[in-house]
Unconditional design. Structure first.
Length: 271
């Protein structure tokens, strides 16, 4: 399965005469293609390293981060005051009044959000053969940290197969297996397509309720996964299926080890 990591060093932004914001955003794309009707935001995770001289304010929970600070901005960028207004709760004045919702990422340290896929409600990207955008973090007062350009290919899938039905309080929607050359992905399909995870090319996919609520057991041949409807994530599953969880776990462990080393060096310098 083809995977792609884009690591972008962001430009230097002057917040004041005495503070500079500089960050390294590591964007993990789990596949480099999308189909028509697919929600673009469910296909990546990221790590943010503060390489500036001042702390960076970030939302504590990934849901707030995705609503207040995170954007996939189509290229070329155009002035969009509604976009800045959408992320207005990321302004420093608002942050100072809502300290419980934000934290300071110290200089030199890295943060990885976990347990969430970044579905970016209210933002749309037009489907085409090439979809170009930046993954951007809003720091308030009109300041964006932009990644280098990211590109996804808009493709027509080779096949689509219905493999199950999910029923919840909002009604029913299908689970479908979408095949593109040597890749096969499981999607939730209602008005839009929402990617869940890669699946094997040939195994039969089976779905059954797991707890009578929003958890389902999905079988990929003899391999089983626990799926949470609504968030499009796997709570359990082998690494070849749970590629989102595997990358997040491993990247978070590395970040924690790196952060511990950064703190150790700072403590030595302060002695």
């Amino acid at each position: 399965m083809r995977k792609m990591i884009l690591t972008a060093m962001l430009g230097l932004l002057q917040i004041s005469a005495f503070a500079e914001t500089n960050a390294l955003i590591e964007v993990k794309l789990f596949k480099d293609w999308v189909i028509k009707g697919e929600e673009f935001g469910g296909n990546f995770n990221l790590a943010i390293k503060n390489t500036g001289t001042d702390p960076i304010l970030l939302a504590q929970k990934p849901l707030y981060f995705s609503v207040w600070q995170l954007a996939m901005r189509p290229l070329p960028h155009k002035p969009d005051y509604s976009e800045d207004e959408l992320h207005g709760k990321g302004d420093r004045a608002t942050i100072s009044k809502n300290g419980d919702y934000f934290f300071e990422l110290p200089t030199g340290e890295t943060h990885v959000y976990e347990g969430w896929k970044f579905f970016l409600s209210g933002q749309t990207l037009s489907f085409s053969e090439e979809v170009r955008f930046t993954v951007s973090v809003y720091l308030g007062k009109g300041f964006w940290l932009d990644s280098e350009p990211v590109m996804l290919k808009g493709i027509i899938p080779d096949s689509e197969e219905k493999v199950g039905v999910i029923t919840d309080i909002n009604g029913s929607h299908d689970l479908v297996a979408v095949t593109c050359k040597n890749e096969r992905w499981l999607y939730s399909k209602s008005a839009d397509y929402w990617s869940i995870c890669p699946i094997s090319l040939t195994n039969k996919i089976r779905v059954e309720p797991h707890d009578g609520k929003r958890l389902y057991k999905i079988w990929d041949g003899e391999k089983s996964m626990i799926y949470r409807d609504g968030q499009m994530i796997l709570l359990e599953g082998p690494d070849e299926n749970d590629v989102f969880g595997k990358w997040t776990r491993e990247r978070k462990q590395k970040a924690e080890a790196d952060n511990a080393e950064v703190r150790r060096k700072k403590a030595e310098e302060e002695k």
